[in-house]
Design a protein. Sequence first.
Lengths: 587, 266
Amino acid sequence: MAPAEETLTAPGEEAGKALEDARGPADRSPVLAPDLVAEDFGWQYRGRLSPALEGLTFRVPAGSTLLVIGPSGSGKSTLARALVGLVPHEIAGTWSGTLRVGDLDVAATPMQRVSARAGIVFQEPESQLVMPRVEDEVAFGLENRGWARDDMRARVPDALAAVGLSGFERRATAALSGGEQQRLAIADVLAPMPGLLVFDEPTANLDPPGMQHVFERIGEMAASRTRTLVIVEHRLDAALPLADLVLLIDDAGRQMAFGPPDEVGRAHAALLGRLGSWVPRAWAPWAAPSAGQHVADGRRGDADGTVGGGEDATAEGMPLATSPAVPDAPPRLAGRQRGRDRAVLRAEAITVRYPASPGGMARAALADVSLAVRPGERVALIGPNGSGKSTLLFALAGVRRPSSGTVRVAGPSGLADPARLPARDLARTVGVVFQNPELGFVASTCAAEVAASLPVAGHPADPSAPEVEAALRAFGLERLAGENPFRLSEGEQRRLSIAAASIGDPAVLLLDEPTFGLDRRGADAVVALLDRLRDRGQAQMMTTHDPRLVPACDRVLALDAGRVVFQGSPNAFFADPPWRPAWPWQP
Amino acid sequence: MAVAAVSFLPAPLEPVRPALLTRVAPVTRLAVGVAWLLVVVLPAGPGVPLMLAIVAVLAVVLLSGLPLGRVPTRLAPLALAALGLGVLTVLVNPANGDPTAPAVIATGPLRIAAGSVSAGVTIALRLAVIALVSLLVFAVSDPTRLADSLVQQWHAPYRFAYGTLAALRIVPLLAADWTAVGAVHRLRGLEPRGVRGRVAAFGRRLLVLLVTAIRRAERMALAMDARGFDADLPRGVYRPIRVGRLDVLVLAVGLAIAAAAYAFGR
C-alpha cells in the first residue's frame, strides 16, 4: 500500500468533517467518500434528438466501486462527466431527475464544489496533462484549489508515490510512456484528496503492461474502501473483479440493470451480448445461449450492426472472440487470385534510426526487421508501446524510409519500393487505415469521401458514381452517404476509412489498431469486412493491443525495442510464455 | 505515434549551471529584453545594434548558464537568415543606383554604395540582437517559470498564462498530426497537381488539423475545469518567484545599456 493511502480515514469515521468549501478540506484531510444516488436521472445534449441518458435510478454506498457497462453510444462517458459536474455545468443540454454525490445535488451545486469532491481520469493522457514537468502537473490541481505551499510540498510526493511514480518529480511529462502519463493523471486527481474518483476508460490508450499497472493502482484504491470509485471500461475482464456493483446501460442510454456483478451477469449477460457490448469472460457461461445472435435479433438501432447489408452474410454475426484461429493450417485457397506463394509484401533487414532524443543516444526504432506476407494472409503486429510497431507500419507503407534495408510491395507493375511510388500507384498498392481515421478525411460527405479516392482507380472523383454507391453498400454505410465523416461513430469512421482505402483494390492493407475503442459489435463489423477482403486475396497486417483480435490472424509478429522477438501462429504465441511477465495478455 | 513524435523533439536548451541571470525573475529579463528590442528597431546606424549585440553575447557567455557548446547550433538558422538578409540589403538597395552616393565597389555593372553596406550590416545586427535577446528571455528559464512570473509579478490573468502553457503542450501533438495527415493523404493517392491542386491540398490538410486541434483543446479544457481551473479562488503558489535587489540591479543596468547604446551608437 502506498504511504499516501495510509493517511486516509475510513468513510464515516470522521463524519461531518467534509467541508462544503470548494477548496476542499481546510485541514487537508481527505474528503469523505460520498455515496452516489440517482433518481430518474437523464441528460440530453443540446442539438441531439434523443437523450444520452434516461431514467437512471441507483444508489452506490460510500466507499464502494461501481462498474458502468454498455455498448458504444450508451452514455457511459456522459454519466462519468455528470458525476464530476462537467455535465451540466460545462456542457450544454437538458437535465432531468436527480443525481447526488454525497449531500451535493450535482445540478444545483456550482461546478467547483462538485469538483472539489470528485476527480475524473479521462481516456487520453495527452489531452489531460497541462504542465511540462511532473511535479508541477500534480501541483496544478492543488494550486487551483488554493492550497498553501507547504501543504502542496508535502502532498505532491505522496500522490506520486500512490501511483508508483516516486522520483519522477523533475521529469518532463511529454517524455513519459503512455502508462506513466496515465498514472500521472491519476496522481493529479488523487492529490486534492477527492472522495469520489471517476475513471472514463482509463486504459483505452495503453498497452497491456501499462493497462495492468493502472488497474493495479485502481485495485488498491478499491480495496482500501476510502473512496467511492466509478469505472467506465470496455476491458471488462480486468475491471469486473474490482466492482462491488454493476450498472448496465443499453445503447439508448436506459438503465437495464443495477446490482452486484454476479447477479447482473446471471440475469443479463445474454442481453449484454445482444446489445453489442463486450461480455466479460466471467459471464461467458451465462451469455452463451445467445452468442452469435447479436446482429440478427433486430436490435440494430446503431449502424454498426448493419454491416454486410445482407448481401454477404458469411461473417455476419460471428463474434470476434470466437473467430476460428487457423494457426498452422495452410492458407485457404478459395478466392485467392494473386498466386499464393509469392509474397506481396517483403521487408529485408530494415533498420530505422531516429535522431538522438533529449539527453540520449541516437536509437534504432527498428533494428534488422525482415518479414514476408503472402496474399490472403493476416498478420498481427504486437508489442508494447514504443516497440516500433507504428514505425514498421509506416516503413512498409513507404511513409518513412528505412535507414538501411529494403521494402518491396507488389504493385500494379510488379514489386516496387513504396517510398518511390507516385501517390496514385502507391494507393493501388498499399492501403493504410490509421488508428484515428479522422486524420485521413478530406470531404464533407461519406459519398464524397469515397469518391475522393476514385482517381486512384482511374475514375473521376464523382460522388454519384456507381462505384461509390457499391463501396458504401459493401461496407454497410449506404444509409450515411450524405453524412459528414466527422460526425460518424468510431466504428463507422473506421469502416469508411477502410472503404476509401479499398477503392484502389490494394494487394496489401496495413491497419493501426483497427478495433481500438470499438465495442464488440463495432469490432465484429470491422473484422467481418476485413475477412471478406482477405478472402479475395488481400494481405493484411495490423498492429493491435487487443488480445481478442489475435486469434483472428494467421500469424503473430511480436516486436520489442525494435526487434522481432516472436514470429509464429497465434496458438504458439499464447502457448509460449517467455514474454508473459512483460505482456500480461490472455488469449 | 504522437507520443513518439514528442520524445524525438530536440532537447530544450536550458541553463546547466547556476548563473546570475538564472537568479533573476523571468519578468525582469522580459522587461529588459523588450526595452532592448524597442531601441534596436529605432532608426539608427549599425552602432546601436552592434553595441547591444556585443553586450548580449557577453551576457549569454558569462551570465546565462546556458551550455555554450549548444548555443551556436540553436542560433545557426537565425544567423543564416541574418546574414542572408544583410547581403540582400547590400545588393538590392536604392542607394546603389544613386551615382552621387559614395561607392565602396564600382566595377562594371556592379556598384555598391557605402550607405547600402551600412544598411545591410544594421539589418543583420538587428536580427542578431533579437535572436540573442530571445535566448536570454526564453531559454534561461522554462515557459512554466515565465508564466509563474507573469502571474506573480505582473498579475497577469492565470487563465491566460497557464492556458497558454497547456496550449504549448498541444503544439508538438499537432505537429505530429500535420505529418500524419500529409502521409495519409499521400497514401490515399491524393497527390496535388499544379498550383491550384497544391493550394486545395494544403487547405484540406489545414482543415483536418483545425478539427483535431479544436477537439484536443476541448478535451483539455474539460480536464482542466474538472481539476478546478475555473474555480475562481485565490490561487495557491507552488513555485514562488522572488524579486529582489538583484532584479532591480539587472533592470537598471539593462535599461542603462539600452539608453547608452542609443545615445552613443547613433
